[in-house]
Design a protein around this ligand. Structure first.
Ligand code: BES
Ligand code: MN
Ligand code: ZN
Length: 502
């Protein structure tokens, strides 16, 4: 999908569809006001018929408005003006795109950023318009004919901004929004692919493809033999039960001098999680193809950094494996030695994410990182705690927590902090190894984070549990691309392109 910015005389713009905002009680947004004047009060007159009051997300299509060059005019309800929030604004944006997808317009000129709620910066108003549109037009089609695909999909969305505004800011928002959206789309597509397509080897191939697209991006893939050599006993014990070899994918994006300490993003790339010998129950097990969404979000964030040419040194590490039961699979009670030298008693083979991540985290030490963030669909307990709206955030570093929480808020891809207190650590005690890989039912998301904390002592670190946010279930089943917007926001801030949110 293509995005553009335009300003100038709204009534004179030739477009298949002009999108205008209307607040409740038929109050016209500023751009709609202009069109009302140009049409000699026709908008006000038509609204008096009562077909649209302005409730959030309601739409009304008008044709042949006098004095207006647009072929169609789409009115979109933006809710009560005084109570408008970023949520209602985004609902209005989504509703406009959904309707455009069902028309024959194909391209449109939207003024909705001018109807953004008070308090939302113009930059974010434009960026939200771009990311929301891209999110709504995405359709999965790799393994099925998309019979319900729109006949005339929305291909170009032009955003109109008032002449008074600085075009630079809108252009920057558009560029950032488009890169975030493309990263989200990449993560969704990888997530949606079935486990028999999206294997660790497939992810490795995709990583190589990504690297060929950008000069500053290189990739190295470690094979099982190399991991064995290094001593990654935790990662390798997970892939034992699988016929698909594990891969450790390592991206390096050289947007800044190699001497600059990098930001390292580590993403869980478990391409199918059956639980192993601690087999999961059958219901909804198909959704465990999404267990690589942390890894996919690293792909998305790395791609966005490349597209935006961000001045930052960035490393992406994706441990990729399957977790299946097999005669050669690891078993409850098995003890393995991690790359860090610490031994682990595998009490439950379904707590495999932390096993592949701990070795990937120890591996990250070699980059002398400024910051390491791992992203993982790690625990069902996190979904119980936070539901599907916030990702879980864990770090012992208060300043870092503030920075990350603010970045999530800005990106509207929110993270919420849970404690990582020492008090929980003893739940991981084992009589036979340095630690067990599970900590019991209580605080399951926290003890998983505690486990990871034992491998991250040498650098500033945060863990993001996306078990609830990475995909939707039921009729809406599909990857969300989260937390790509959050990660890209952080990179925009850490690279100095944007001021820090906090
Ligand atoms: N990939 C799952 C976590 C998960 C479960 C994410 C459901 C989203 C929805 C992870 O590997 C896992 O199985 N975790 C176990 C840990 C337990 C055995 C301590 C869980 O959450 O049940
Ligand atoms: Mn599991
Ligand atoms: Zn898992």
């Amino acid at each position: 999908m293509e995005f553009k910015i335009k300003s100038g005389d709204l009534a004179k713009h030739k477009t298949p569809c002009l999108v205008l905002g209307v607040f409740e009680k038929r109050k016209l947004a500023p751009a709609a006001e202009l069109i009302d004047q140009a049409s000699g009060g026709r908008l006000t007159e038509l609204l008096k018929k009562g077909d649209l009051d302005g409730e959030t997300g309601r739409t009304l299509m008008l044709y042949d408005l006098p004095g207006v060059a647009a072929e169609r005019v789409l009115l979109v309800g933006c809710g009560k003006r005084k109570e408008a929030t970023r949520t209602t604004y985004r609902q209005a944006l989504a509703a406009s795109v959904d309707l455009l997808q069902r028309t024959h317009a194909g391209t449109a000129l939207s003024t909705l950023p001018e109807a953004a709620p008070e308090g939302l910066s113009h930059y974010l108003a434009v960026r939200d318009a771009v990311t929301t549109a891209a999110e709504r037009v995405y359709r999965y089609s790799q393994t099925k004919d998309d019979k319900q695909a729109p006949k005339t999909p929305l291909r170009t969305l032009t955003l109109w901004v008032d002449n008074q505004r600085t075009a630079d800011e809108a252009e920057q928002a558009l560029r950032h929004g488009a890169a975030i959206a493309a990263g989200v789309t990449l993560a969704r597509e990888l997530g949606n692919l079935p486990g028999n397509v999206c294997t660790p080897s497939y992810l490795a191939d995709q990583a190589h493809d990504l690297a060929t697209r950008f000069d500053k991006l290189s990739v190295e893939v470690l094979e099982e033999a190399q991991m064995e050599e290094l001593g990654m006993g935790a990662l390798l014990c997970v892939s034992r039960g699988s016929r698909q070899p594990a891969k450790l994918i390592v991206f390096r994006y050289a947007g800044a001098a190699a001497t600059q300490r990098p930001v390292v993003l580590v993403g869980k790339g478990l391409t199918f999680d059956a639980g192993g010998i601690s087999l999961k129950p059958g219901a909804d097990m198909d959704e465990m193809k999404y267990d690589m969404c942390g890894g996919a979000s690293v792909f998305g964030a790395v791609q966005a950094a490349c597209e935006l040419d961000l001045p930052i040194h960035l490393i992406g590490v994706v441990p990729a494996s399957e977790n299946l039961p097999d005669g050669d699979a690891n078993k409850p009670g098995d003890i393995v030695k991690s790359l860090s030298g610490q031994t682990i008693e595998v009490l439950n083979t379904d707590a495999e994410g932390r096993l592949i991540l701990c070795d990937a985290l120890t591996y990250s030490e070699r980059f002398n990182p400024d910051l390491v963030i791992d992203v993982a669909t790690l625990t069902g307990a996190c979904v119980v705690a936070l539901g599907k709206h916030a990702s879980g955030l864990f770090t012992a570093n208060d300043a870092l927590a503030g920075e990350l929480q603010a970045a999530g808020e800005t990106a509207w891809d929110r993270v919420w902090r849970l404690p990582l207190w020492e008090d929980y650590q003893s739940q991981l005690d084992s009589n036979f190894a340095d630690m067990a890989n599970i900590g019991g039912r209580d605080g399951g998301a926290i003890t998983a984070a505690c486990f990871l904390s034992r491998y991250t002592k040498k650098f500033p670190w945060a863990h993001v549990d996306i078990a609830g946010t990475a995909w939707l279930s039921g009729k809406e089943k599909g990857g969300t691309g989260r937390p790509v917007p959050f990660l890209v926001q952080l990179l925009l801030e850490r690279s100095g392109v944007l001021a820090a949110s906090a």
